[in-house]
Every structure is written in C-alpha cells, then in structure tokens.
Design a protein around this ligand. Structure first.
Ligand SMILES: NC(=O)c1ccc[n+]([C@@H]2O[C@H](COP(=O)([O-])OP(=O)(O)OC[C@H]3O[C@@H](n4cnc5c(N)ncnc54)[C@H](OP(=O)(O)O)[C@@H]3O)[C@@H](O)[C@H]2O)c1
Length: 435
C-alpha cells in the first residue's frame, strides 16, 4: 500500500537517536522531495523521561513504556538506537512480528542474531536494515551487498574501531604511552569510561562478523573470531614498527584462501604504503578485494552522532522509497546467504614481529635461528639493538618472521625461552598480509 507519511517509533535518544532526530529535522525534506513520503518521529522510548537532553524534542514524544511503540498500530517503522543485546533483541523481534520495518545501529544484536532476525523479517514481509552497525557513516554494507555484490571477495580488512585507532595514532604521531593516549581519548569523548569493549577488540569482532556475512555469505559468530586487543602495544613496538616501515593498527581481517575463510581481530603492522596505514585517529576504513573490481577502500567517520545518523537516515530513505514505489515486499532482504563452498578455518597464517630479550653473547643468534628453522619458520628481517653495550647484557632481538600459524610460532617460542640466555618474549605482533 502506498503511504504518504511514515510514522517512526525510536527506541533510544542518546548520541545516535539525538543525531537521527536532528538529521530528520534538517534533511527530512530531501527524502520527502525525492519520494513524496514524509518521515515523522511519533514516539521515543527512553529510560528516564525527566532527563535533560542535548537535543530538544517535544516532551509528549517521550515514553518509558516500550508498548507505546511496539504495540502501537500507527507506527510503521522502528528505529532501534538504544544499544546492548537485551532488551534490544526482543524489541526488534517484536517489532518485526508486529509487521513493522526496522532500522538498527546495533552491531552486538546483528552480529549475534542478524541471520535469525533477517529470516524473521523475510517471514513477516518487512524490511530490516542495519547500515550504521559497521563503520558508522561509511556505507560499507550497502556497497558490499549492492554495487559490489557480483564480485567474489578474497579479502575484507577494516579499521572499524575509532577508539583504538585514535589511541594507536596518538602513540605513533605524538609519542604517547598507551595509558596517556587512552586518557586523552576519554577526555575527547572517543573512549568510554570503561574502554574494555573497544581496546580488547570485542566491538571489532562484532563488526567483522557482520562484514563476513555480508561479503562472504558465511556465518562466523563473534565469539569464534580469534581476538586480541591493543593493551599490550608499547611505545617501543611502535618505534620498531616505524623503523621497519610499518604502522600498527587494530585490523579486523577476513581472507578467503581456496575454500577456507580465515579471520581475526588483532593489532597488526601495516606497510606504510598501504592505504589502511593512512587512516588515522577516529577515522575508520574498510578495504576489500574483489575478483573483478580489485582493490576498493571506503573511508570516513565510524562513529559520532551525525555520521551515524547519516547511515540510519539513509536506511530510512530506502524504506521511504520502497513505500513510494509500493515495493516494500520486494525490498525485503533475502535471508543471509549460506555459502556452503567456504568453510571457516580459524586464524590462518601470518607474518609476525617478535621482540625477544636475550643476552648479547656469541652463539645466541645462530641457536635462535636454528630453532625457528626447526619449526619451519623463516626469518624475513632481523635487527639487534646492542651497539655500545658490553657483551653479556640483555638486548632486544627483533625478528620479522615469514608466514606461520600462531600456534606453531608459540611452540617455537616456548622452546626458545627455555634457553638460559633468553630472558623473555617481550612482544609478538602480526605483520599484516595485505596482498
Ligand atoms: N555512538 C556512536 O557513535 C555509534 C556509532 C555506531 C553505532 N552505534 C550504536 O548505536 C546504538 C546507540 O548508541 P548511542 O551511543 O546512541 O547510545 P547512548 O548514547 O547510550 O543512548 C542510548 C539511549 O537508549 C536509551 N535506552 C537504553 N537502554 C534502554 C532501555 N532498556 N529502555 C529504554 N531506553 C533505553 C537511553 O535512555 P536514557 O537516555 O533515558 O538513558 C538512551 O536514550 C548502539 O547499539 C551503538 O552500538 C553508536
């Protein structure tokens, strides 16, 4: 049925909800002029109606009762921007069962239940869109699933967490320690008071899981993605990375290798000449390699009220367009396709940077090289920092190793640390394989 006004119920009125409200007020006319459909926010669910808000909206729109939206027959579309797994998942499912179209920015919900909710949307003949859940304002999901959809992808690699990218950029460009860079990020609103979800990579695994479903048609649950955060990265590692021609970034990477898919979220050394090395501070980017298009990179703001609202309102625009053309049923997403020819195979092989602290004495380098060799691990580059020091002092031995699995590397290092001349393995960081 064609409809000239769409009534929206918004779940949440924080950063993204406030931005979405402002953007519809300022740019809603663009949608109306293009589609003939007016978008109106009719109700807004919050926890506390009495709270003073940064964005002004009429008091009568606010409610603390979800049924005012979910059970309200006048509401056509639900915009879920409250965050968290529950009750957000239940509210989205209930909205879909009540035949309401849904737009969400919630990566946790989509990473965990995206395929199930998509199936539910298909069954109920409603549209479910979630562009803002990955990369904020960057239209990466839409690009992968429409304009680039005819490609077979061999790689999707993203810098998808602005907090960690800001911290690593400050450590690199302003010589800050991890602790100082984190405090700076918190003071500027780029990091939460509890930064765990960002700095330990949980946010990035959610986004990578969604990217994998979209680009490869394979479901890898966030908890199955090998994950490592940035809390162990030191200024010394950043210094060595710079010396070798790399920048350290938290990468969310998935690669197709024949019939297997490998993926991980981990800090990685990115060659300075690669476009991902130029993505700094709070910016995000997703780099993809398709068998026809070759290299593509989308870059922009991965968070913030207005960039994220841009993606939410873009999704609403698509729903308005479907109403205008009477094609809501044709605009329903197909269930996340199952690519049965591709199986998930964990982390795969990577090159690694290893910083070993060992005594500076004859025979050490040969013994370590032989041990790596015994495990089939080749040495790409080696640097010893001992100039001006007396023999017998502990010095960093820096290795860049050829491709190896992390398990195999750990086995070799377990043997190496047993040598009495080795004091410790100070750091292990992957070196990004970006073909
Ligand atoms: N912030 C970003 O830049 C960004 C970027 C991309 C995606 N996202 C995603 O967008 C979503 C929203 O993020 P945000 O930063 O806007 O969050 P936020 O600022 O914390 O706002 C959350 C809003 O939801 C309401 N809310 C939360 N739990 C509720 C409940 N149980 N019942 C009723 N209302 C509830 C809150 O009400 P009160 O105001 O009354 O507390 C608040 O208005 C999240 O899924 C997030 O991952 C955010």
């Amino acid at each position: 049925m064609n409809k000239q006004k769409i009534k929206i119920g918004m779940l949440g009125f924080g950063t993204v909800g406030g931005g979405t409200y402002r953007m519809l007020a300022s740019n809603g006319k663009i949608i109306e002029d293009s589609t003939g459909v007016e978008l109106e926010i009719s109700r807004i669910l919050v926890r506390d109606k009495s709270r003073k808000r940064d964005v002004d909206a009429p008091a009568e729109l606010f409610t603390e009762d979800p049924d005012d939206i979910l059970k309200n027959p006048d509401i056509d579309v639900v915009v879920e921007v409250m965050g968290g797994l529950q009750p957000a998942t239940d509210y989205i499912a209930e909205a879909i069962r009540s035949k309401k179209h849904v737009v969400t920015a919630n990566k946790a919900v989509i990473a965990k239940d995206g395929p199930g909710l998509t199936d539910l949307a298909v069954q109920n003949k409603v549209i479910l869109r979630y562009e803002a859940s990955v990369g904020g304002g960057i239209p990466i999901l839409n690009a992968l699933s429409t304009s680039l959809q005819a490609n077979e992808f061999t790689e999707v690699t993203g810098i998808v967490n602005g907090t960690t990218n800001y911290i690593l950029s400050q450590m690199t460009d302003n010589d800050m320690s991890y602790e100082d860079a984190l405090k700076d990020a918190q003071a500027r609103g780029f990091a939460e008071a509890d930064p765990t979800a960002d700095v330990e990579g949980y946010d990035a695994v959610n986004k990578l899981s969604i990217l994998i479903s979209t680009a490869f048609g394979v479901r890898v649950a966030p908890e199955d993605i090998p994950r490592e955060g940035i809390t162990n990265i030191t200024k010394e590692d950043i210094g060595f990375a710079t010396q070798f021609g790399y920048k350290i970034k938290l990468l969310a990477q998935a690669r197709r290798y024949r019939s297997t898919l490998e993926c991980h979220v981990q800090p990685a050394m990115v060659p300075m000449g690669h476009p991902l090395a130029t993505v700094n501070n709070e910016f995000n980017a997703v780099f993809a390699k398709g068998n026809a298009v070759d290299d593509v990179m989308l870059y922009g703001k991965g968070a913030g009220a207005m960039p994220t609202a841009s993606a939410v309102v873009g999704d609403l625009f698509e729903i308005a367009r479907a109403y205008a053309t009477g094609t809501t049923e044709q605009s329903i997403p197909t269930a996340v396709n199952d690519n049965t020819s591709l199986t998930f195979d964990g982390e795969g092989q990577n090159m690694y940077y290893v910083n070993l602290i060992a005594e500076d004495m004859p025979g050490v380098l040969g013994t370590i090289a032989t041990t790596f060799g015994n495990y089939g691990i080749g040495i790409d580059t080696f640097l010893q920092r001992s100039r001006g020091r007396k023999t017998g002092r502990h010095v960093p031995l820096i290795y860049i190793l050829h491709e190896v699995t992390r398990d195999r590397l750990n086995e070799a290092l377990e043997e190496i640390v047993k040598f009495t001349f080795v004091k410790e393995v100070k750091s292990i960081i992957s070196v990004a394989c970006l073909d």
